[in-house]
Design a protein around this ligand. Sequence first.
Ligand code: GLC
Length: 415
Amino acid sequence: MAGIPSYRERMAWFHEARFGMFIHWGLYSLLGRGEWVMLEERIPAAEYAKLAGEFAPKKFDAFAWADLAAQAGAKYAVLTTRHHEGYCLYDSEVSGFTSVKTAAKRDFVAEYVDAFRRAGLKIGFYYSLLDWRFPGYWNPRKHKESADAMVEQYHAQVRELMTNYGRIDVLWYDGHWIDGVKNLGRFWRAREINAWVREKQPHILINNRSGVDEDLDTPEQHVTASKPGRGWESCMTMGDSCGWGYIRNNPNMKTESQLLQHLVTAAAGEGNFLLNVGPKPDGTIRKAERRRLRAIGKWLRGNGEAIYGSQRCALKNGMLGLWTAKGKTAYLCVFRWPGREAVVPLVGSKVRSATLLNSGEPVEHRIEENGRLVLSGLPKKPPHLSVSVIKVEFASRPKCLEETDRAAWLEGKAT
Ligand code: GLC
């Protein structure tokens, strides 16, 4: 279509970004038992709707969120403009169940867009196609009219979101699954609305959750790379995997090391890491989440070069950790610091220099005849407790030697 940039062009900022902040916030936050609470507890729609009369978060400050995201080193964010419960954090002409028409009397999406844009971050909108309040979602054949109305609502609301808030960078769909419907794209008339979206927002990236593939794969709660050339982003909760919205007692928060390693794993596979926070009902973000985000930001300030704009690296990953690359430069992101010496086998390119990325301290290096790269004179203790990065400049794009004879290494040969 004329005017729509190529996939490569549209993906350029996304590859540069590598790290985003996901935000799940809505009426469910009031209950503190996750965003599925309405369905899990089978709360009747009319009773659940009363929560909209209580949702008037006094301390909500989009600038504080944006500031935290920027401090974390995130380059974009994705906010739940509307989750499965159907409550909109923005003004919608086709629904009365919105934050503007009920107690809050605020367009949180508008505030979010303004603050995050000013902080220099790209803007993502999460939108759930399904709406639990429609009987047609639960039984589309029996309640055909209701199912059609739900699809109409989805199209109308996506049009609103794409029209009223300026340039939007990511359209993050969710909740397209319906029992008994095989062709989900057809049920939601996804091609039709997505084509309309692209006319309106030619630069936008659309994820794969409307029943058609579009631009981005979205592995959830695990970091798994798609094939080279295909954009992907892993989304993950900080705490237990069953909850994206605020969970008052959430005992299994991932450690700083675990989160950093997930980020590195995404970057090593040329993908992004979308890390979730579930703000409290009053609009503030809990300390446990703030602390982790700041720790990631601190690490990125010294080591971001290995992450932002990263490419896959052909060198061998192993027990030490993972490689990322940019052209002739490769970054060994070490998770399990070996002590004074680090060894990587089957290196088929000449090394120009090696340094500790964070401090710039030089690292001694040599490649043995069989292709073992030995990095030596390293500090005994890991320079960073979670992930320490050794930057290696090669004479050419780093190559891994192919082991044509798999037993050759026993005699000190590479192939
Ligand atoms: C799942 C859940 C939803 C969450 C989403 C995030 O699809 O249904 O609650 O928002 O994952 O990826």
